[in-house]
Design a protein around this ligand. Structure first.
Ligand SMILES: *Cc1c(COP(=O)(O)O)cnc(C)c1O
Length: 462
């Protein structure tokens, strides 16, 4: 199993190499050269399995020789042991033909834990084998950073630096990043928005001298290992509703396009997925692109669903690569145009995208109203991201095919927005109560590449 870059100018890598490096040196993202498939019988056999065993069977074809079967099984066991629900990703019914996939029972209460916990285990196993030391640098709109810190805190051979937009993450998100006491954890509050943070991280990866000097490794949602881990719950949830005999549809609250792209991979692997619906908040560049072909970032407007306040959606490049028939030339061209302000997708590629994805947006008012209404009709308290998902899903319900909406975070991660919508303040699970009074450790930093590089070099062991 080899991995190729969406820009076509970097050598093909093994799973381990693609996972450890994150972004390709040509600026592209890695994808498997061929997408393995599961037979109908193999999919049917997932029914009733523990989440961990299903995860093993779904991910195994992608990892090549990186881990033995026994070692890989052990890593998966450890990754999900800290989850607060035995099913890991339980499915709840919201109404006729509409289901909610709860992905927020991990240690930081967002779906990012599904990928980050297994990535942490795989990195540690690979590094203890090679003896290498790495520096993880990531940008976060809130949840990736806390999940990464939780997965890598205290690991030998790893320093983890997380850039988050100062003042634009929720208090719970911030505290999850600033209260760990381990010396290898570095939370950086950047004077800028999420797109600035993500751009500085990309700049660091494109500075090859720096990249090599500090052993830079990326765990942002472009990391193939993360996309892969997210494929699993599409299978487990669909199978519990009757796949492969019966198809299902999914609605996914979307920002960087990683989670929904995992759904696309599940479909390509043979899972009968009817529709994949992209749900955006008022930062609706993906919805606009899928309806008008035009992709032109025009600044982020802060919302009550901050983890989706994104206008440069990095994994969308993978979707474009597929839509252009895996031709790296037009993808490289579009990405060059994006640097100059934006691009238009060709008619053929737009048609291909629309065959794979539907889309919708929810305004702030619609999201709040949906959270309030769902509490009354189902007793379920949604986080604002999941509220966006449910609102858009309701516009795409069909009687013949069940809809599964991904609930991407726990409401207690966004208590102010949830209380404003419902009058109820969601409580943090008891295991997290200490965090709200613990001392915070954070470095305020400018939105400036050179300054950030200096800071990182000073912090890591020589
Ligand atoms: C990261 C995140 C999203 C968006 O996921 P992408 O993979 O970036 O599309 C949605 N909701 C929550 C709570 C998140 O943390």
């Amino acid at each position: 199993m080899k991995y190729i870059s969406t820009r076509g100018q970097s050598p093909a890598l093994t799973f381990e190499e693609a996972m450890m490096t994150g972004l390709a040196r040509d600026g592209g993202l890695y994808l498997p050269q061929e997408i393995p498939t599961l037979s109908k019988a193999e999919i049917a056999a997932l029914h009733g399995l523990p989440y961990e065993e299903a995860a093993f069977r779904i991910m195994r074809p992608f990892i090549g020789e990186t881990f033995s079967d026994d070692a890989f099984r052990a890593l998966i066991e450890k990754a999900y042991a800290g989850f607060g629900h035995a099913a890991r990703a339980p499915l709840k019914q919201l109404g006729s033909g509409h289901f909610l996939l709860e992905l927020f029972h991990g240690p930081t209460l967002a779906f990012k834990d599904f990928a980050m916990q297994i990535i942490g285990q795989m990195f540690q196993a690979a590094l203890s084998r090679s003896g290498n030391r790495i520096t993880i640098v990531g940008a976060t709109s809130g949840d990736t950073g806390s999940a990464a810190i939780e997965a890598f805190r205290g690991l030998p051979n790893v320093d983890v630096f997380i850039l988050f937009p100062h003042g634009r993450v929720s208090e719970v998100q911030r505290r999850q990043m600033t209260t760990p006491t381990e010396g290898n954890v570095h939370a950086l509050a950047i004077d800028g928005d999420f797109d600035d943070c993500q751009a500085r991280v990309k700049d660091m990866f494109n500075d090859f001298a720096f990249r090599d000097a500090v052993g830079l490794a990326g765990v942002n949602s472009i990391n193939w290992g993360r996309v892969l881990a997210q494929v699993v719950y599409y299978f487990t949830s669909a199978v519990s509703l009757g796949a492969p005999e019966h198809p299902v549809s999914f609605t996914v609250p979307t920002g960087n396009f990683g989670d929904i792209f995992a759904g696309y991979i599940a479909k390509r692997m043979g899972l009968p997925v009817d529709r994949l619906v992209v749900a955006t908040n008022q930062n609706d560049i993906l919805h606009r692109c899928l309806t008008s072909s035009d992709y032109r970032p025009d600044g982020v407007t802060p919302s009550i669903s901050p983890s989706m306040d994104i206008q440069v959606s990095s994994n969308f490049e993978r979707a474009l690569f597929e839509a252009y028939g895996r031709d790296p030339a037009p993808v490289s061209q579009l990405m060059a145009e994006l640097k100059e302000g934006g691009f238009s997708v060709s008619q053929g590629a737009l048609q291909a995208l629309r065959e794979s994805y539907d889309s919708g947006r929810a305004s702030e008012e619609e999201t709040s109203a949906t959270i309030a209404r769902l509490l009354v009709s189902t007793g379920e308290l949604l986080c604002p991201h999941s509220g966006v998902g449910v609102k858009v899903a309701e516009e795409h319900l069909e009687t013949a095919t069940p809809m599964i909406t991904l609930a991407t975070a726990h409401p207690a991660k966004f208590p102010d927005a949830v209380e404003a919508a419902t009058g109820q303040r969601p409580a943090l699970p008891a295991r997290m109560a200490d965090m709200m009074t613990a001392e915070e450790r954070v470095t305020r930093a400018p939105n400036d590449l050179a300054a950030l590089q200096t800071l990182i070099k000073e912090r890591i062991p020589a």
